[in-house]
Structure formats: structure tokens, C-alpha cells
Design a protein around this ligand. Structure first.
Ligand SMILES: Nc1ncnc2c1ncn2[C@@H]1O[C@H](COP(=O)(O)OP(=O)(O)O)[C@@H](O)[C@H]1O
Ligand SMILES: [Mg+2]
Length: 333
């Protein structure tokens, strides 16, 4: 259990903004989270919440017209925001690897999958090309792919699911300390997704890797994560152990998200009121207030801060939900 408590990645007050013709967009606004060794933290939330910008910020790859405004990204005690570009290039892939949804853009269409993985390996490790080839085939096989055939294939020759697994194999080839999977399993069918999640989970323990699992699929988050952070309009609005948050959410947005998901509310789905906010035109108070059934005057004027409301469970809401145990305690006293 000690492993779980050793922090590998500590993100403090991280903010990334986009300077657009429509105005300032705070896509990642004062983000704080930790990921422990062998631990999986899921970041969930609707499209446009700032999940990918947060992931790109960790690798210092926020595209123009965006930039990281402030914060700290401590990876095993080293603040990545203080590294020079050469040091940062080493960190990418070797310490912190990213896989995203669109694996077609990960690969150059005129080169084989094998040559991509070998190049990644030899750029960071002093290995002969024969050793790199063996390692690449081994990683492809670990992902359940036919190693030789996928090694020799061009990206377009593989199905979407196979290509996605090849992208994961490439990301895992250097045994990164932290893997960031940004909707990386979203396009896979359910059975395949379950297999990959099982593999990743096993890998976390065996290789002491940490996983930042970014998804809008709550069932996938529940299957793989130890803890979860819920993002809304660029902010974390709730975080805590995945079991606690999904069983007893404290933030109305988390509740609404769960009620709108078939795995958590079979048979009586309730879509969330309204639509996600335009980040260039946010109301001054809580960004969720226009869609919130509990919204009152203060919600429209004052942004609630993230507070620890239950051991390890935090939420940012002026009128957060009571947990069932709170209610029981209230009834006793
Ligand atoms: N290249 C960009 N230019 C301007 N704004 C952007 C850009 N990329 C992202 N954003 C803004 O950041 C917000 C969060 O985007 P993103 O992190 O991709 O959301 P998610 O991954 O949660 O779907 C978007 O709603 C958008 O307002
Ligand atoms: Mg995204």
C-alpha cells in the first residue's frame, strides 16, 4: 500500500489560457491534483471542459494561441515548467507519455508501425536496432496484436482498434513513469476496451507506472481509476476516491453527469439541463449555475472554491449535496 501513497506527479495551481479574438479563455483554471505511484487518476467531464488542455499542459504542448500561465508540474520532485527545451524533450516519452484518441495522426502514413516504435526506443535508449525491434514486437504482442504483422504494417493497414493499441504499445515502449491516456480507449469496442483497461491496470502494479486516464466515459473511469477529478468549464469541481464520488457525489454537476449515463442510471436516463458553457463568455459566479437545479443568487455571483467536505473528497459548490452518512448523523443528533 505504501506505493499508493508515494506521489509521482503533483500539479499545483496550473492555469493555461487561450488568447483568442473572442477574448480570454481559461481552459485550465487553477488545476490541482496528485497521482501516486501505481495509481490511476481519471479526469472526467463533458467535451470542452479543459481535459485535453490540462493533458497538453503537463507535456508543455499547449498550442498557440494558448499558453501556460502559472503553476507547478512536479514529476518526482522536478518542476517540468523549469526545464529547458532539451530536458523537456527527454521527459516526453521517457517519463511522461501521451496517447490520444486519434491514432491516425500519431503515425506518419508512409512509415510502418514498427519503424515508429523503434525510432521512439532508439531516440531514448542505447540499444542496437535488433534489440529495439525485439522490444517493439514484444510491446505490440502485450497489447494483444499479432506482433510481426503489425510491426510491418503501415498505419492505414490496421483497423482503428489495432492502430489505437499500436499507439499504446509505442507509448508504453519506454516504460514511462506516467502514462496520459486522453480518450485513448474511447474508440475501441467495449470488449477490447475492457481488455486494454485490464492490461493497463495490471501494468500499473507490475511496472510501478501511474496513469492519468482522461475520458468522458464514466464506466471506463469507474473500471480503471482509483481516484477521479471532475472538470467543468476549465476547473476541477469535484475530486475523490472513484467509489465515493460515484456513489455519493457532492457536486450537482457530478450527480447530473451520473444520472445522464446508462451504466449508472439504467432505464431512467436524465440528460443534463442546457449545454456546456462557452468558455469565452462565462458568467461571473459558478459556471454550472445556469444549468443547476439548485442554483441561487450567490451561485450566480461568487465562484465556489474547492473544499474538502469529506475525508479525501472535495467539491466546489455553495450548496453541495449531503452525503448519506451526514444525513444519518444529522438524524441522530
Ligand atoms: N486551439 C485552441 N484555440 C482556442 N481555444 C481552445 C483551443 N483548444 C482548446 N480551446 C478551448 O479550451 C477549452 C477546453 O478544450 P479541451 O481541453 O480540448 O476540452 P476537452 O478535452 O475537455 O473536451 C475549449 O472549450 C476551448 O474553449
Ligand atoms: Mg479532449
Amino acid at each position: 500500500m505504501d506505493n499508493v501513497h508515494k506521489q509521482v506527479l503533483e500539479v499545483k495551481n496550473l492555469s493555461a489560457n487561450f488568447y483568442t479574438s473572442r477574448g480570454l479563455i481559461r481552459a485550465a483554471d487553477n488545476i490541482n491534483f496528485n497521482v501516486g505511484q501505481s495509481e490511476c487518476l481519471a479526469i472526467i467531464g463533458e467535451s470542452g471542459a479543459g481535459k485535453s488542455v490540462t493533458a497538453l499542459s503537463l507535456l508543455r504542448l499547449v498550442p498557440h494561441p494558448g499558453r501556460i500561465e502559472e503553476g507547478e508540474i512536479n514529476l518526482e520532485g522536478r518542476d517540468l515548467l523549469q526545464l529547458n527545451p532539451k530536458e523537456m524533450r527527454r521527459v516526453r516519452g521517457e517519463d511522461l507519455a501521451l496517447v490520444f484518441q486519434d491514432s491516425l495522426s500519431t503515425f506518419n502514413p508512409v512509415r510502418t508501425i514498427g519503424s515508429h516504435i523503434c525510432e521512439t526506443i532508439t531516440a531514448h535508449r542505447k540499444l542496437s536496432s535488433a534489440e529495439a525491434r525485439d522490444m517493439a514486437r514484444c510491446k505490440l504482442a502485450e497489447m494483444g496484436l499479432p506482433a510481426e504483422r503489425s510491426f510491418r504494417s503501415f498505419p492505414f493497414q490496421l483497423s482503428g482498434g489495432m492502430r489505437q493499441r499500436a499507439a499504446l504499445a509505442m507509448a508504453m515502449s519506454l516504460h514511462p513513469r506516467v502514462l496520459i491516456a486522453d480518450e485513448a480507449t474511447t474508440s475501441l469496442d467495449v470488449t477490447l476496451q475492457a481488455q486494454i483497461l485490464h492490461y493497463l491496470k495490471k501494468h500499473l502494479q507490475e511496472c510501478c507506472m501511474s496513469l492519468l486516464f482522461i475520458t468522458h466515459d464514466l464506466a471506463a473511469a469507474a473500471a480503471v481509476a482509483d481516484r477521479v477529478a471532475v472538470m467543468y468549464a476549465g476547473r476541477i469541481v469535484e475530486s475523490g476516491p472513484v467509489r465515493e464520488v460515484f456513489r455519493q457525489p457532492l457536486h450537482p454537476y457530478t450527480s447530473a453527469l451520473l444520472r445522464s449515463h446508462p451504466s449508472f442510471c439504467p432505464g431512467r436516463l436524465e440528460p443534463i439541463n442546457g449545454s456546456p458553457p462557452d468558455l469565452a463568455d462565462l458568467s461571473p459566479g459558478c459556471a454550472f449555475s445556469p444549468r443547476c437545479l439548485k442554483g441561487r443568487e450567490i451561485c450566480r455571483n461568487k465562484v465556489p472554491s474547492l473544499q474538502e467536505l469529506w475525508p479525501e473528497q472535495q467539491a466546489a459548490c455553495h450548496f453541495h449535496q449531503a452525503r448519506k452518512n451526514d444525513l444519518r448523523e444529522a438524524a441522530v443528533t
